[in-house]
Write a protein that binds this ligand. Sequence first.
Ligand code: PHE
Length: 342
Amino acid sequence: MKDKIARIKENIEKSLQEIKTGKELYELKVNYLIGKMSEIPSLMKELGKADKDERPKLGQMINGLKDWATEVIAEKEKAIAEIERRARYEAETIDITMPAKKREEGSLHPVTVIKNELVEIFSGMGFMVMETREIEDDFHNFTALNTPKEHPARDKQDTFYISDDLMLRTHTSPGQIHALKTLKPPFKVIVPGRVYRADDDATHSPMFHQMEGLAIDKKVSLCDLQGMLDVLVKKMFSSNVKTRFRPSFFPFTEPSVEVDVSCFECGGKGCKLCKGTGWIEILGGGIVNRKVIENCGLDPDEYTGFAFGFGLDRIAMLKYGINNIHILYEGDVRALKQFKIL
Ligand code: PHE
């Protein structure tokens, strides 16, 4: 039995030298210390067979072996845990001198920036924002807006038709009809959105953006429109910009005007931007035609209003010095990055 004890000790010592992982160490523990059939507890069971005289001595030796084995295994456990921890730390090390991954930062599209700015300004003047549909019927896009059947605006070369009655809206003015039919006067509303025309050159894109404005109340005059626009252009461009009205024609306004702002680039002296005239055209508008009010079921003797509409792309191009509208829609980030306005 003494030999056996010595052999077990020797074997444990040998194994411990070879063991490198926690799993191997656990197997050793099961084989010698804690397993049901493991070596050291089995020695205890065999003790009964030994000579009575020798039992106390052997018992002491077995206990000594057990204590020793428990201790050396615990030590080895600690050592292995430390090695494994180091290995894990090493694997997780971050090299802070490595170049970081570049994160591309986006920005708002110039047209969105202009739209947001205008929504902000108009909201401050009491206008509500309404968005209406992009596919319109003949009534909303033309007829209700007093645009008769033979009007050139209906030309198939300008309008993208979907069927005889349906088309992509050619302007945001149908928003006027939706507003007049759903809102209770007095009201002030703006309708921003996409519009479509079969037109394509440096300053025209088949899809572009407009913003419509409509104010309905009793006794509205052109002075109200001009007063409102004066405030608008000062906020939009700069505080010394002035407006100028020129007579014009739209079927849905009477009288109709075209509105110019004094050139915000040269202050009115004449430059490349204003083509030497000192003025830049920015919008069409006028007093809502009686027929439009009538077409929407309101009494034109009671209610009057002003309406206006302008191109958001054009304003963006003027403001950021973009000379080709397609730059806005080609999605070339090298171009758009230059207008990182936010
Ligand atoms: N709808 C017109 C256009 O697209 C602009 C406009 C709107 C004119 C409202 C007058 C009143 O050119």
